[in-house]
Design a protein around this ligand. Structure first.
Ligand SMILES: [Zn+2]
Length: 475
C-alpha cells in the first residue's frame, strides 16, 4: 500500500502534461501513470482542476546575511525560520543559499557554520553555493575539489565590488586571475561557476562620476549598473570559461545584452546558463520613481522594456534557464532604508510569489508550456546545480516534492497573502493561478492556506552535477 495518492489532476512531467496519477511511498515518488483503480494509499488527494508540478527550486537566496548595502545599520536579512515559511506557502520545496568564504577562512569551516545555522531551522530542503570573495590565498583554491566531492559543486564569484568602497564594506570582488584559477579547478572536478558579472571599472567610475555630478538619487541606479557593463562582463567571463573549460551559471541576468551573450555561447556549444529574476522580468527602471519603487531593486538594476522582451523570450523558449528571486528578506522599513545609488537595499522578498507569478506571467499571459514552466521553476535549477534527478522532476524514484497549483484562483495579491515579513513587493499584482498544496518528500507541509510543516522538516541535500550539463548547454 502507498502512503499518498494524487488523483484527477494534470501532472506536469518532462514528457508533457497529462491526466495521470501520482503514488508516493515514504519520501519518494513510487508511481506516475494512468490511474489504476487497484492502487490504494493511506491518503488520497483529489486534485481535480489542479496542476501537479515539481516542487519549486529557488536557486538564489540570501537568508540571515549581513546587509552590505547599509553597513552602518548593522542589520541582517531575516533567517530561514521566517523566509522558508513563505517558500512553503508559495510552492518552493528546495532553496540554495550562499556560504561566503573570505580571507582567511577555510571553506569547510564556513560550510559547517552555515549548515549548523540551517539545521532545524528550515521548512524546506536546502543547500549552499560556496562564495569565494576578495584576495583569497591561492591555497584556498586547492580545497575546491574536495568541497565538490562533499556535495557543494557550485562556486559564486563577483567580478565587481557592486558598491563603492565603505569602511564597513568588505571587498567581494575576485580578480580575473583568481576567477581563472577557480575555473580551472571547477572544470577539472565537475563543478560550476556561479557568476555575478558586471564590469567593475565601469561601475566604480559611474559611482565617482554620478557623485561628482550630484546625481546620487537611487532612481539613477540603471545608469550606474548599465546594460553595457553587463555585456562586457558576460563576454569576458564567457571567454575565460572557454579557455578553462568551465561551465558558468550567470545569476540575475538583467539585460538583453546578457541574454544575447549567453545565447551566442550556447550556439557554439558552450555550457553557459542564464538565470533571471521575476522582478527583472516585470519591472523597469521607471518604477524606481514610484512610491516604494525601491522594493523592486536588486543589484545590478532594473532595466528597460526591451530587456523584458529578451528575458521572456529566453524563459519561454530557450536561452534563460531559471527564474529566481535573489531573495533578501527584510522588513519594509529596512528595504526602504537607503535612497541613494550607493545604499538602496538590494535583493527581493519574492520567493513566496515566484511560482505563482511565473505561472501567471509565463503560462497564462505569454504562452509558456507547462513542461517549460516546470523547467524554469525547478528542473533546470536541479540539473544545472546538481539536484537532479532527486529533485526537480515528477518521476518514479525522485523525492516526492510536489506542488498543486489551482489555475482558477484569480485575484489581486494583498499583504494577507504573504507569510514572511510586514510587506511584499508583489502586493497589488493581479494573478491567475496560485499554489494551494505543497508536499515535501511525501509530507504535506501546506494545504489550503494552512501550514502543517515544521522547522526542521527541511534537510541539507547533497549535490552532484551530471557531467553532461558541464560539457554542453543541456538545460
Ligand atoms: Zn544575490
Amino acid at each position: 500500500m502507498l502512503d499518498l495518492l494524487i488523483r484527477n489532476g494534470t501532472v506536469v512531467t518532462p514528457q508533457g502534461a497529462g491526466p495521470w496519477t501520482i503514488g508516493v511511498s515514504g519520501e519518494r515518488i513510487a508511481y506516475v501513470g494512468i490511474d489504476d483503480p487497484s492502487l490504494q494509499a493511506g491518503r488520497t488527494i483529489d486534485a481535480a482542476g489542479k496542476l501537479a508540478v515539481p516542487g519549486g527550486i529557488e536557486p538564489h537566496a540570501h537568508l540571515d546575511i549581513f546587509d552590505l548595502t547599509n553597513p552602518d545599520s548593522g542589520r541582517s536579512t531575516l533567517g530561514p525560520e521566517e523566509d522558508t515559511r513563505g517558500m512553503a506557502f508559495g510552492g518552493t520545496t528546495t532553496h540554495l543559499d550562499f556560504c561566503f568564504v573570505e580571507p582567511p577562512m577555510e571553506i569547510t569551516k564556513a560550510i559547517e557554520e552555515r549548515c549548523a545555522r540551517w539545521r532545524g531551522s528550515s521548512y524546506v530542503d536546502y543547500s549552499f553555493h560556496v562564495g569565494l570573495m576578495g584576495a583569497l590565498p591561492l591555497q584556498t583554491f586547492d580545497q575546491l575539489g574536495d568541497v565538490i566531492k562533499q556535495g557543494f559543486p557550485s562556486f559564486k564569484v563577483f567580478t565587481t565590488d557592486v558598491l563603492p568602497p565603505h569602511p564597513k564594506r568588505i571587498s567581494v570582488r575576485l580578480d580575473m586571475g583568481r576567477i581563472q584559477l577557480a575555473m580551472e579547478k571547477v572544470a577539472r572536478n565537475d563543478g560550476i561557476m556561479v557568476v555575478h558579472a558586471e564590469d567593475d571599472e565601469l561601475v566604480q567610475f559611474n559611482y565617482q562620476r554620478f557623485a561628482a555630478e550630484g546625481r546620487t538619487e537611487g532612481h539613477n541606479l540603471h545608469l550606474v549598473h548599465t546594460k553595457l557593463s553587463e555585456e562586457l562582463a558576460f563576454e569576458r567571463i564567457i571567454r575565460l570559461a572557454r579557455s578553462t573549460g568551465a561551465a558558468v551559471y550567470f545569476v540575475h541576468t538583467s539585460a538583453r545584452e546578457g541574454v544575447e551573450a549567453v545565447v551566442e555561447a550556447r550556439g557554439h556549444g558552450r555550457p553557459i546558463y542564464a538565470e533571471t529574476l521575476h522582478q527583472y522580468a516585470l519591472f523597469t527602471a521607471d518604477d524606481y520613481k514610484q512610491p516604494r519603487g525601491f522594493c523592486h531593486h536588486t543589484y545590478p538594476s532594473l532595466k528597460y522594456p526591451e530587456d523584458h522582451q529578451a528575458l521572456w523570450h529566453g524563459l519561454v523558449n530557450d536561452g534563460v534557464s531559471t527564474m529566481a528571486t535573489d531573495e533578501f528578506p527584510t522588513t519594509l522599513e529596512h528595504k526602504l532604508l537607503g535612497t541613494r545609488i550607493d545604499n538602496v537595499t538590494g535583493g527581493n522578498l519574492g520567493a513566496e510569489a515566484r511560482m505563482g507569478i511565473t505561472y501567471t506571467e509565463g503560462v497564462v499571459r505569454r504562452g509558456m508550456s507547462l513542461p517549460r514552466f516546470a523547467e524554469v521553476t525547478a528542473t533546470n535549477a536541479a540539473r544545472i546545480l546538481g539536484l537532479y534527478p532527486r529533485k526537480g522532476v515528477i518521476a518514479p524514484g525522485s523525492d516526492a516534492d510536489i506542488v498543486l497549483i489551482d489555475p482558477s484562483i484569480k485575484k489581486i495579491l494583498r499583504r494577507e497573502d504573504f507569510h514572511v515579513s510586514d510587506y511584499s513587493p508583489w502586493e497589488g499584482w493581479s494573478i491567475e493561478g496560485w499554489p494551494t498544496t505543497t508536499i515535501l518528500r511525501g509530507k504535506v507541509i501546506v494545504e489550503d492556506g494552512q501550514l502543517f510543516g515544521k522547522l526542521g522538516d527541511g534537510k541539507l541535500v547533497e549535490r552532484k552535477i551530471n557531467p553532461v550539463v558541464l560539457r554542453r548547454p543541456a538545460s
